[in-house]
Ligand binder design. Structure first.
Ligand code: ADP
Ligand code: MG
Length: 281
């Protein structure tokens, strides 16, 4: 379902590009509460390792609605990271479909897949993956350089994003000069800087103590609520999933073995329409 933006009464033409609002708004639809962010159909990623075939992802079919906060749980080796990497467009399926924001990733060219990674998804990892030789500001500006955002705008947006995660006093620091929690907050700012619709997090609290981990989870939760951003988060911590996720998907041996709604945390897509996009994280 799509919900058209409210049509303004005046002026008739958009002051920035002079296109009539009627035409302009046609291309500015935002997803309604029931739109799908991710759909996979019989998705497989198998690795041939000599004689052995490893079925890392083995026939997974899931639907994730726009605005949901979903936790992906399962023992080590159950295929969580492999599944996340397929949704991120970092890897391609052996068979089956993975459709993100309406695009079938298997059908995209390398260039289109690179655009998907740059604009549609943001990713955070257990090990932060910041570039050690760059300052925090430069790290957060980097995805905007690839997206060819104007230099002046890059700096302003990166500062704003770092401020939002509580790091305005650390702009010139390099990653090694920061605590783990600060590095993860910076990597969140970087993941969200191109305003993706979908945030993918692979054990984002795995290297953090529980208090710092909770701070990161609170930030993820606030981005989900205030920006209507869909979150798909891998964790092996059941307690974290129960506290924050509206739904828990359990994997074992590359298969989906359980799909549980968490009544304590109603998903945004089932309770309210996501806020309009455009706000800088
Ligand atoms: P999880 O994130 O749940 O711990 P992974 O998705 O990393 O699990 O791995 C699932 C299975 O796929 C494991 O058995 C792992 O050894 C295997 N695997 C993952 N990546 C590769 C790879 N690049 N080459 C071969 N096997 C892999
Ligand atoms: Mg993993």
């Amino acid at each position: 379902m799509v919900v058209a933006l409210q049509k303004p009464s005046t002026p008739l033409a958009c002051p920035r590009c002079r296109i009539l609002w009627r035409e302009h708004l046609g291309s500015m639809e935002i997803p309604g509460p029931n739109a799908l962010a991710v759909r996979t159909a019989n998705l497989c990623r198998h690795y041939q390792m000599g004689e052995v075939l490893v079925r890392a992802v083995d026939g997974i079919s899931i639907n994730i609605g726009a605005g949901e906060f979903v936790a992906l749980l399962g023992p080590s080796g159950s295929g969580k990271s492999s599944l996340l990497n397929l949704v991120a467009g970092l890897d391609r399926p052996t068979s089956g479909a993975v459709i993100v924001q309406g695009n079938n990733l298997a059908a995209l060219s390398r260039e289109q897949l690179a655009k998907h990674r740059l604009h549609t998804v943001g990713m955070v990892f257990q090990s932060f993956n910041l570039i050690p030789s760059m300052t925090l500001l430069e790290n957060v500006e980097l995805p905007m350089r690839f997206a060819e955002v104007d230099r002046g705008e890059r700096s302003a947006r990166a500062r704003q994003a770092l401020e939002r995660v509580g790091l305005s006093g650390r702009l010139a620091h390099r990653p090694t000069e920061l605590s783990g929690g600060e590095q993860q907050r910076a990597s969140l700012a970087r993941a969200l800087i191109n305003r993706p619709k979908l945030l993918l997090a692979d054990e984002p609290t795995g290297n953090l103590d529980s208090r710092t981990g909770t701070e990161i989870m609170d930030l993820l939760h606030s981005f989900n609520r205030s920006l209507g951003m869909t979150v798909l988060m891998v964790t092996h911590e059941q307690a974290l999933a129960e506290k924050y996720a509206g739904r828990m998907l359990h994997l074992a041996d590359g298969k989906l073995v359980d799909d549980v709604s968490n009544d304590h945390v109603p998903n945004i897509s089932s309770v309210e329409t996501p806020a309009p996009r455009g706000e800088t994280p």
